[in-house]
Design a binder for this molecule. Structure first.
Ligand SMILES: [Zn+2]
Ligand SMILES: [Zn+2]
Length: 174
Protein backbone atom coordinates (compact mmCIF):
# COMPACT_ATOMS: atom_id res chain seq x y z
CA UNK A 1 0.00 0.00 0.00
CA UNK A 2 1.45 3.38 -0.91
CA UNK A 3 1.36 6.32 1.47
CA UNK A 4 -1.08 8.07 -0.83
CA UNK A 5 -3.65 5.32 -0.60
CA UNK A 6 -3.64 5.02 3.20
CA UNK A 7 -7.17 5.38 4.52
CA UNK A 8 -6.95 8.12 7.13
CA UNK A 9 -10.42 7.28 8.40
CA UNK A 10 -9.53 4.08 10.21
CA UNK A 11 -6.87 2.82 12.58
CA UNK A 12 -3.46 2.75 10.96
CA UNK A 13 -0.22 1.44 12.51
CA UNK A 14 2.63 2.07 10.07
CA UNK A 15 6.07 0.61 10.58
CA UNK A 16 7.70 3.23 12.83
CA UNK A 17 10.49 2.38 15.23
CA UNK A 18 11.06 -1.06 16.72
CA UNK A 19 7.82 -1.85 18.57
CA UNK A 20 4.80 -3.27 16.78
CA UNK A 21 2.41 -3.83 19.68
CA UNK A 22 0.63 -0.48 19.81
CA UNK A 23 -3.17 -0.51 19.83
CA UNK A 24 -6.25 1.64 20.13
CA UNK A 25 -9.89 1.21 21.10
CA UNK A 26 -12.79 3.68 21.00
CA UNK A 27 -11.69 5.02 24.40
CA UNK A 28 -7.96 4.38 24.82
CA UNK A 29 -4.70 4.17 22.90
CA UNK A 30 -0.97 3.60 23.33
CA UNK A 31 2.07 5.81 22.83
CA UNK A 32 5.44 4.09 22.41
CA UNK A 33 9.02 5.35 22.16
CA UNK A 34 11.12 4.67 19.06
CA UNK A 35 12.90 1.62 20.53
CA UNK A 36 9.79 0.22 22.21
CA UNK A 37 11.12 0.16 25.78
CA UNK A 38 8.58 2.73 27.04
CA UNK A 39 4.85 2.41 26.39
CA UNK A 40 2.03 4.55 27.78
CA UNK A 41 -1.75 4.14 27.73
CA UNK A 42 -4.06 7.16 27.73
CA UNK A 43 -7.72 8.05 27.10
CA UNK A 44 -8.63 9.56 23.72
CA UNK A 45 -11.45 11.71 25.09
CA UNK A 46 -12.29 13.90 28.09
CA UNK A 47 -12.09 14.16 30.99
CA UNK A 48 -8.69 12.37 30.82
CA UNK A 49 -7.76 14.05 27.52
CA UNK A 50 -7.51 17.71 28.47
CA UNK A 51 -6.27 19.42 25.28
CA UNK A 52 -4.22 19.29 22.07
CA UNK A 53 -1.80 21.86 20.65
CA UNK A 54 1.11 22.75 18.40
CA UNK A 55 3.86 24.92 19.88
CA UNK A 56 6.45 26.81 17.82
CA UNK A 57 8.39 28.26 20.76
CA UNK A 58 12.17 28.17 20.73
CA UNK A 59 12.28 25.60 23.55
CA UNK A 60 9.96 23.26 21.64
CA UNK A 61 12.15 23.53 18.55
CA UNK A 62 15.21 22.50 20.60
CA UNK A 63 13.60 19.82 22.74
CA UNK A 64 12.00 18.06 19.76
CA UNK A 65 15.04 18.62 17.51
CA UNK A 66 12.49 19.75 14.92
CA UNK A 67 10.55 22.91 13.99
CA UNK A 68 7.60 22.62 16.38
CA UNK A 69 6.11 20.39 19.06
CA UNK A 70 2.73 18.67 18.75
CA UNK A 71 1.35 17.86 22.18
CA UNK A 72 -1.70 16.60 24.00
CA UNK A 73 -2.34 16.92 27.71
CA UNK A 74 -3.51 13.99 29.83
CA UNK A 75 -4.62 14.12 33.47
CA UNK A 76 -2.17 12.01 35.50
CA UNK A 77 -5.12 10.16 37.06
CA UNK A 78 -5.81 8.77 33.57
CA UNK A 79 -2.22 8.05 32.43
CA UNK A 80 -0.86 4.49 32.68
CA UNK A 81 2.76 3.42 32.22
CA UNK A 82 2.37 0.03 30.52
CA UNK A 83 6.11 -0.62 30.52
CA UNK A 84 9.49 1.07 30.81
CA UNK A 85 8.78 3.70 33.46
CA UNK A 86 12.16 2.83 35.02
CA UNK A 87 13.74 3.45 31.61
CA UNK A 88 12.70 7.12 31.61
CA UNK A 89 15.27 9.79 32.36
CA UNK A 90 14.43 13.42 33.14
CA UNK A 91 15.78 16.86 32.39
CA UNK A 92 14.32 19.94 34.10
CA UNK A 93 14.87 23.65 33.77
CA UNK A 94 13.02 26.93 34.29
CA UNK A 95 15.34 29.51 32.72
CA UNK A 96 13.62 29.77 29.33
CA UNK A 97 10.04 28.99 30.35
CA UNK A 98 8.05 32.22 29.84
CA UNK A 99 6.11 31.77 33.08
CA UNK A 100 9.20 30.91 35.16
CA UNK A 101 7.70 27.51 35.91
CA UNK A 102 9.89 24.42 35.90
CA UNK A 103 9.40 22.11 32.91
CA UNK A 104 10.54 18.52 33.38
CA UNK A 105 11.05 16.42 30.25
CA UNK A 106 10.82 12.62 30.36
CA UNK A 107 12.88 10.76 27.76
CA UNK A 108 13.46 7.11 26.97
CA UNK A 109 17.02 6.58 28.19
CA UNK A 110 17.67 4.07 25.41
CA UNK A 111 16.44 5.83 22.26
CA UNK A 112 15.96 9.42 23.47
CA UNK A 113 12.30 9.80 22.46
CA UNK A 114 10.60 12.59 24.40
CA UNK A 115 7.57 10.85 25.96
CA UNK A 116 6.06 13.67 28.01
CA UNK A 117 6.67 16.95 29.78
CA UNK A 118 5.44 18.07 33.19
CA UNK A 119 5.14 21.76 34.18
CA UNK A 120 5.07 22.96 37.76
CA UNK A 121 2.43 25.44 36.51
CA UNK A 122 -0.14 22.72 35.77
CA UNK A 123 0.27 20.07 38.47
CA UNK A 124 -1.45 16.75 37.89
CA UNK A 125 -1.05 16.90 34.11
CA UNK A 126 1.40 15.32 31.67
CA UNK A 127 2.00 16.79 28.23
CA UNK A 128 2.43 13.87 25.83
CA UNK A 129 3.66 13.97 22.22
CA UNK A 130 1.28 13.29 19.32
CA UNK A 131 4.13 11.78 17.28
CA UNK A 132 4.58 8.91 19.74
CA UNK A 133 0.97 7.72 19.40
CA UNK A 134 0.95 4.35 17.66
CA UNK A 135 -2.38 4.66 15.84
CA UNK A 136 -1.64 7.32 13.22
CA UNK A 137 -5.38 7.69 12.55
CA UNK A 138 -5.58 9.49 15.91
CA UNK A 139 -3.09 12.11 14.67
CA UNK A 140 -5.70 13.05 12.07
CA UNK A 141 -8.76 12.90 14.30
CA UNK A 142 -9.10 12.91 18.09
CA UNK A 143 -5.57 14.25 18.65
CA UNK A 144 -5.62 16.87 15.89
CA UNK A 145 -4.31 20.07 17.52
CA UNK A 146 -7.05 22.50 18.61
CA UNK A 147 -4.69 25.47 18.86
CA UNK A 148 -1.28 26.53 17.54
CA UNK A 149 0.70 28.78 19.89
CA UNK A 150 3.78 31.00 19.63
CA UNK A 151 3.02 31.48 15.93
CA UNK A 152 5.33 34.53 15.92
CA UNK A 153 8.23 32.12 16.57
CA UNK A 154 7.30 29.77 13.71
CA UNK A 155 9.96 29.10 11.08
CA UNK A 156 9.36 31.22 7.98
CA UNK A 157 8.81 28.33 5.58
CA UNK A 158 5.84 26.89 7.48
CA UNK A 159 2.47 28.60 7.46
CA UNK A 160 0.42 27.12 10.26
CA UNK A 161 -1.82 24.11 10.63
CA UNK A 162 -4.91 24.17 8.46
CA UNK A 163 -8.13 24.89 10.34
CA UNK A 164 -6.30 25.29 13.65
CA UNK A 165 -6.70 28.41 15.82
CA UNK A 166 -3.54 30.54 15.62
CA UNK A 167 -2.30 32.33 18.76
CA UNK A 168 0.69 34.62 19.45
CA UNK A 169 2.51 33.75 22.66
CA UNK A 170 1.19 31.07 24.94
CA UNK A 171 -2.50 30.47 25.51
CA UNK A 172 -1.66 28.31 28.50
CA UNK A 173 0.07 28.85 31.83
CA UNK A 174 2.64 26.14 31.22
ZN1 LIG B 1 13.03 4.03 23.61
ZN1 LIG C 1 6.73 25.43 23.20
Amino acid sequence: MSAVSVDKFKSHFPLAGSANDGWSTDEEATATCFCGAVQLKFPTQGPGLVGTLICNCTDCRKITASMFASHFTIADTHLTHLRGRENLTTYSQSKTIATGNTMTNYFCSTCGTLMYRVSSGIPGMSILCIGTVDDFHLHETKLKPAVEVFVEKRVGWLHGAEGVKQVEGSALKL
